[in-house]
Each structure stands twice: as structure tokens, then as C-alpha cells.
Design a protein. Structure first.
Length: 72
């Protein structure tokens, strides 16, 4: 779940990076009883500012993050 730290870093680093690998995180938790990711507002703000190529790893049946919440 390095995306919690990585996405804000990649957004701030800008063109100083050549590319980034992130993943195993999402905008919603897999369990309906779980609350939404606390990082979702920051992800929504930072993700559009990333200008380098990103490989985002999705764990298809992740126990923490819903698939559709990872592919937003």
C-alpha cells in the first residue's frame, strides 16, 4: 500500500521522475461495512497532476480495496 505515500510524492516530484509504479490501493474499501479510504480526497487532488508514466498494480480480488475502487 505504498500508494498512500507514493502518489503524493510522485505528484510533488513532477518531472524529476521518469516513471512510477503504484498500486494496491483504492478509493473505496472492499467491505461495505468499512469506511472509504482516508486518502481518497488527496488522491483525487494529486492524481491529475502526475505527468510521468505510471504502472498501477491492481490485485484483482483484493481483500481490502474493491476492484472498481482501484480502477476509478
Amino acid at each position: 500500500m505504498g500508494t498512500s505515500y507514493g502518489l503524493p510524492y510522485v505528484a510533488a516530484a513532477g518531472d524529476r521522475l521518469r516513471c512510477a509504479v503504484l498500486g494496491k490501493n483504492g478509493m473505496r474499501r472492499a467491505s461495505p461495512a468499512a469506511t472509504a479510504s482516508a486518502m481518497a480526497p488527496q488522491f483525487k487532488r494529486d492524481a491529475p497532476t502526475i505527468t510521468v508514466p505510471v504502472l498501477f498494480h491492481v490485485q484483482w480480488d483484493d481483500e481490502l480495496f474493491a476492484r472498481d475502487g482501484q480502477i476509478v
